[in-house]
Each structure stands twice: as C-alpha cells, then as structure tokens.
Write a protein that binds this ligand. Structure first.
Ligand code: FAD
Ligand code: FES
Length: 341
C-alpha cells in the first residue's frame, strides 16, 4: 500500500510504502529532512503531523516519544496509515547531492587513544572516496545486518582515510569486537554519509561547540573544516570529560586555540587527584551557561551522550538560544536491526 506524503513548507510530495518509515521514504526520494540517530532515541526528526494518520511498529521501544505533543511524530519511526501532510524543515544545502553508499573499507590503523577509546583509520576502496559534510557519521554494517553509528573525525578535505573514535561500551557487541578482536587489514562494511549535523556556512553567528567524551570526534571534523576554510567566526569549544585522561586529544585542541578566533575550555566532572586540575569543573553545558548566560545571539553545536545533549538543549533554549540555532547529534545506541542492509 502506497501513500502520498506532502511537505507543508514546500508543497512537495513523495510516496511512502506502508512498511517503510516516513524518513526512509523521504531520503529515498531525495528529500533531506532533519534526523540524527534513526532509532527513535534523539528526537532530532520530530515533525508536526498536519493531517493524516501514522503508526509506530513498536511504540514501547521508542524512547523519544515521551513528551511529544499529540500532533508530533518521530518520522524515523512513524509509518503512514493514510496520505499524510507533515511540517518538517527540508535541508537544502547540498546534503541531497551526496549519495549514501555502502562500501567495504580496510582497517589501516588501530590506536589506543585513551583507556576506553580507540582510533580506527579506514581506507575506502581504490578510486573511491566517501564524500561527506564535516560532522556527519557512518554506520558499520555488522554480519547480522545490524548497524552501529560512529561520527567521522576527519574533515572532508582530508579524506584519504576515514578516522573514527570508538568508545568501549561494556558488554557492547560491536565495541567489544573492536577492542578485543579487530585486527589491522580487516575489511569492514560501512554505509554513509549519514546525519544532518554539519557546519552551517550561512549562519554567521559566533559559535559554541560542546562535546561530551567521544562527541569530540565530529567536533574535530567541524573544527578542522572551519580552520581549513579560514572561517573567521568566533568559536568557543567546550570539551566535557570525567578526568584528564579522557581528554584524549587535548594537545590538538590547544593548538586550535592558537587561532585568534578560537577558544578551548576543557571541563572535568570527576577530576582525579593526580590531575591537579585548576580548570573548569562540573557539567560542560553548565560551564557554557556560566560564561554565556544569554545565548540569544549564538549558534550552538552539541555532540555526545544523550543526557548531555538533552540537558544542553533544554537549558540553552531557556537561556535564549533560538531553536533553529541549536544543532546536535546525540550518541544514541542502536536498539533494533536495520531493515535495509
Ligand atoms: C549518530 C551517532 C553517532 C555516534 N558516534 C559515535 C562516536 O563517534 N564515537 C562513539 O564512541 N560512539 C558513537 N555513537 C554511539 C555508538 O553508536 C554506540 O556506542 C555503539 O553503537 C555501541 O555498539 P555496541 O555494539 O558496542 O553496543 P550494543 O551491543 O549495541 O549495546 C550493548 C548495551 O550497551 C548499552 N549501550 C550501548 N551503546 C551505548 C551508549 N552509546 N551509551 C550508553 N549505553 C550504551 C545498552 O544498554 C546496550 O543494550 C554514535 C551514535 C550515534 C547515533
Ligand atoms: S529520534 Fe528520529 S532521528 Fe533520532
């Protein structure tokens, strides 16, 4: 059964099969609507259902449904029951122009960055480069067909190798494998580029970047891209971590701050005694608010664990940040197998 989906903002239409999510249908037909995790956890894909009916295959498993208004839906999970009109911003800055591809990659380097973070360097096939926007992510496709998402840490101009920062999740199927079994020269299957977290060239406000843990990876990509482009906008980068040993590329971040327009503030929540830490402490998003109690004239890019992204979103909006200048990627974990591997 096919239904017609209409985007209220532009009047454009596309078709959706009753079995596919509204987001999958939109992407398949070249409409890039905002999304993040694609598994119902982050809320980045919320849209208003202007008319028509939708359903969720397993509403219990969709955590971001909590707190949604009656007329709102998570289009990464919602399927159509009828023709539907939705109100969702279409991104028109060229994301559509990048094909989402599946490809094998060779692991050329595996380095321990911190006690629980490993850097993976991947080589795409000869004569093939992955085109992406700084800040986007890729999925690893597991043998079971399940997907695991990881942000690209390199900038697009430096695309000979893809760089990923993988944090070990205790008991996690994929990250256990990466830490304990994965060897250099192994072939891994990836899909990408994915996501709508990227540097907005047209938003000329001063920028605040906020990373929690390995949320540093996409921020590194944004930062290297901004520096490469000689972007003159002011950037204040806050990196939240537990202790100093978790700031696994602290020296690199310090070199960014040698540029006049860039400031770097690491923030530790559980500094170890041996850190002799004299810098900022507590939650990183609270450190942002201590420095910028009025965010109404800023653009903010946030990346990392869902509790940090959610708290930052709520409190930054309360401190005047306009919703449309809050850009985020929430590191939700994948709950369900992908239907299209
Ligand atoms: C868009 C996006 C980008 C991401 N980028 C990165 C990145 O650059 N670096 C990075 O380290 N991670 C990143 N993540 C998170 C990463 O995808 C997960 O940590 C990973 O999928 C875990 O896979 P696993 O097979 O090891 O764990 P699973 O076997 O899937 O999970 C095992 C159990 O561990 C718990 N769990 C799993 N993942 C997490 C988590 N992230 N936080 C808390 N509990 C968890 C759950 O209880 C789960 O049931 C990103 C996630 C998204 C959605
Ligand atoms: S909840 Fe839909 S993309 Fe994250």
């Amino acid at each position: 059964m096919q239904y017609q989906i209409t985007l209220k903002s532009t009047g454009e239409t596309f078709s959706a099969d009753a079995e596919e999510t509204l987001l999958d249908a939109a992407l398949r037909q070249g409409h890039t609507l905002p999304y993040g995790c694609r598994n119902g956890g982050c809320g980045a894909c919320i849209a208003t259902i202007v008319s028509g009916e939708i359903n969720y295959e397993d509403p219990e498993s969709v955590s971001a449904l909590e707190g949604l208004e009656d007329n709102q839906a998570l289009i990464c999970q919602a399927r159509a029951n009828s023709d539907v009109v939705i109100d969702s911003r279409e991104l028109d800055e060229g994301l559509d122009s990048l094909p989402i591809e599946k490809m094998p990659c060779r692991l050329v380097a595996k380095e321990q960055l911190a006690h629980d973070v490993i850097l993976l360097k991947l080589k795409t096939p000869d004569n093939k480069r992955l085109q992406f926007f700084a800040g986007q992510y890729i999925d690893f496709i597991l043998k079971t067909g399940e997907h695991r998402s990881f942000s690209l840490a390199n900038a697009p101009h430096n695309d000979e190798f893809l760089e990923l920062h993988v944090r070990h999740v205790e008991g996690g199927e994929f990250t256990d494998f990466v830490f304990n079994e994965l060897k250099e020269k192994a072939i891994l299957r990836i899909e990408g580029p994915l996501g709508t977290f990227y540097l907005r060239e047209e938003d000329d406000r001063p920028m605040i970047f906020l990373a929690g843990g390995t949320g540093f990876a996409p921020i590194k990509s944004l930062m290297e891209h901004a520096i490469f482009q000689k972007d003159q906008r002011k950037i204040h980068f806050y990196w939240g971590a537990r202790a100093q040993r978790d700031l696994y590329m602290d020296e690199m971040a310090k070199t960014w701050a040698e540029q006049d327009n860039i400031t770097y503030s690491p923030v530790l929540s559980e500094a170890a005694p041996e850190d002799n830490w004299a810098g900022k402490t507590g939650f990183a998003h609270s450190a942002v608010l201590a420095d910028y109690p009025d965010l109404s004239n800023y653009a903010v890019y946030v990346c990392g664990p869902p509790p940090m992204v959610n708290a930052a979103h709520k409190e930054f909006i309360e401190h005047g940040l306009p919703e449309e200048h809050f850009y985020s990627d929430s590191f939700e974990f994948n709950r369900q197998p992908s239907s299209e591997s």
